[in-house]
Design a protein around this ligand. Sequence first.
Ligand SMILES: Nc1ncnc2c1ncn2[C@@H]1O[C@H](COP(=O)(O)OP(=O)(O)OP(=O)(O)O)[C@@H](O)[C@H]1O
Length: 886
Amino acid sequence: MEEVLQLNVTSVVEDVLQQHGKRLSDIDLASRKAEEASLRRYEAAGWLRKMVGVLGGKDFPAQPSEEEFRLWLRSGITLCNVLNKVQPGAVSKVVEAPSDAVIIPDGAALSAYQYFENIRNFLDALEQLGVPAFEASDLEQGGKSSRIVNCILALRSYNDWKEGGGNGVWKFGGSSKPPSAGKQFVRRNSDLFMNSISRNSSMGERSFCSFSSGELEEDLNEMGTSNSLRVLVRELLTDKKREDIPLIMENMLSKVMEEFEHRLAIHNEQVRNIPREDGVLGSNEPLPTDTPSEIEASNITKHNSGTENDTFNGESRHQHLVEHQQRSVQDLKHTLLSAKEDMQMLQIKYQEEVNNLGKHLHSLAHAASGYQKVQEENRKLYNQVQDLKGNIRVYCRVRPFLSGQPNRTSAVGDIDERTITILTPSKSGKEGKKLFTFNKVFGPASSQEEVFADTQPLIRSVLDGYNVCIFAYGQTGSGKTHTMTGPAELTKESVGVNYRALSDLFLISEQRKNTCSYDISNGFNVPNANLVPVTSTSDVIYLMNLGHKNRAASSTSMNDRSSRSHSCLTVHVQGKDLTCGTVLRGCMHLVDLAGSERVDKSEVVGDRLKEAQHINKSLSALGDVIFSLAQKHPHVPYRNSKLTQLLQDSLGGQAKTLMFVHISPQPDAVGETISTLKFAERVSTIELGAAKSNKDSSDVKELKEQIASLKAALARKEGGEVEETERVRVVMSSESSPAHSSSLTSRRQSLDNQQLSMTSPPWPISMEDDEVFNKSRRHSLDNGLARTQYEAVVDDLDELEAATSDSSELDYQWQLNVPRSNSMPNGVGIKVKRPSPKQKKGPELRSQIPSPTTRRVSNGIRTPLHTKLGRQPATIDVRRKPASGK
Ligand SMILES: Nc1ncnc2c1ncn2[C@@H]1O[C@H](COP(=O)(O)OP(=O)(O)OP(=O)(O)O)[C@@H](O)[C@H]1O
């Protein structure tokens, strides 16, 4: 408590010096001095005005400038008159000037003698009075007025002394200070400093800084100051001129007083709020506001003050205390209660806020899910727009670095749902970054399942009667086969698009069996007609494996398992609506293109080099087709390669087409990666026209079938002379469902049977490859035989060569090849070559899987399989290798 109530001048001074020391000494002494000089001049002028009044018809100016002041006094007339008023007869003879010449300007024609006389007399008289004088020359030149001012003020002091009775000996005590423009303070009890200063001043012209530190310390010790205070004062004054010291000190003291008053006020406030022992709060009586030194001397301790004079005696004081404490307890209870109430209010508020927050969060979550829905909707709409525009969808997939590949920085930068950035290591900044946009981008970590999820809707489309083409494009080793088929070791998770698509196809057809019945047949990557009705995924897998065995693959420096041919698996679906009889026909190409490669990089030679050249040639033909389509050229060069012929209806027709573009993350492949992606971007701009479902009402279908039968019969009749280019396709059909034996069918069947009996050749092809397949299905096939009829149609190979599959052709194919009964799950399409009439034999059930290396034309001559692309249901192998497999 005492500490609180204590006010100590020393500490206040110390604090002020510490806080403001620099500023105190930094004050603008020059301006302060000038200000002070003018104030003193006004003071002197004021006194002169008072003493002489109007002189020469003019008032002495109240606030003269230094120059005015000098010129007014220069004649000595004013000075002599004033002096004579102070000390009558001091100047016996004043040389008066003409009435208008009180002010003598510089250079005026003066009676120098007269004026000199006046000044001389004035100065002599002053000397006799003991009043400090000035030099006569001070009136002749500017800048010296301070000495004249001093002299006049001294004379005033002398006059005051005289008017006061003239007791003792008059002694001029120094120049009095004019009232300062700043804050005034009463210099009471600041004697310690002031004495010291005045003593210093009395030391003549010695500058303060010439004091030895010993002297200064001694002085300060005398002041009873603390060591630190001494140090602070010395720091403040050491390098200051003697005449500046009063100003600095004045400033400092003014600050000290300010600070002191401030602390005193705080102190008073505190004392007022301190309860006395009797429980009464500190009195409101003003606390003594003694001077600092008085306060310091007594070190005010207020806490006990008043107790001695207290009117309470023992008991009543005690009671008072108890009452006070009870009141305090009550107060505390009150406070506690109101704190509790506040707390409860806060809790309620808090609860409300939590509720509001909850509601807010709920609405935010709602908005977020709405946003997601909208995004989903947008995506759907976007796809629908794409579908309507008929654009080819392009999905980009980045394969991961493979084990064994040096783990270098990836050439693939940022990936998001639809964009991918490719980084070119040799370029920096914007130049080194290229952004590509596709319908979807799959990063290296994407699983086969994720990749397929975005493909799935297309599978449904096939069953809805659309033609769909999914093809994989990319540089060699970039992962095309991985996407379409899967890795070498297949597991449930790693199987690729082909397997998943087929599995879905069967699953959906099964789900729809009550409303629609489907026939699914399958062609794969061997040349010649290979249309095999299938009933399950395993049937298809078997056929695919067979096809893959025939697919050339070999190791290059770019890929251990490089596919050396394009592979195309085609699935035909015919569905019949069981209620209205509408027939839907869809087909799906699943194409795994051979990879483009730079032969210098793949380091292939010999046959592999030729393969690479063929591959690159057909891919560049594909590029030409894409370019023409993108540019909307009237002529599109589909016929430049077998590949483009095969894909014609998917690229330029009304199919739904999806391209998987594959890229490798390797930085040394960045050139190929960028050109691949540019190509893919161009593909995505192709407009195919809106996809159309191949839907025929039952009547249309029957009529088409009728036309086809008639055409076929006609062709057979015309070709009775046996043409080399003819071939006969026999499609097995089951009779197991009487519902499908329409009159039309019966008519055609009777015709076909008749024809068949004439033309069916012995089956000339090797059975080696389909041995396993036959074994697995022999039983069911045998069962089916008893109820089998045959249908034979003639097909002109040359015509097929010329006209690649457009949608009408597909229709036609369907009439020719698809089993007629949807209730013939085990039916197998077979194909026979039409022999010469001599070779005519009864129909023979054969697997339609031909020899992998050759095919037989109607004259029995074997031709290399890759030399001709007949109008196959959907299969092409541009380059093959022997059946030894991959
Ligand atoms: N997404 C992937 N995840 C894991 N491994 C992959 C992936 N993509 C490709 N691979 C692997 O990279 C190697 C090359 O892939 P793949 O054979 O599919 O390339 P490709 O493009 O078909 O090549 P080519 O055109 O030469 O036939 C294979 O070992 C394959 O398993």
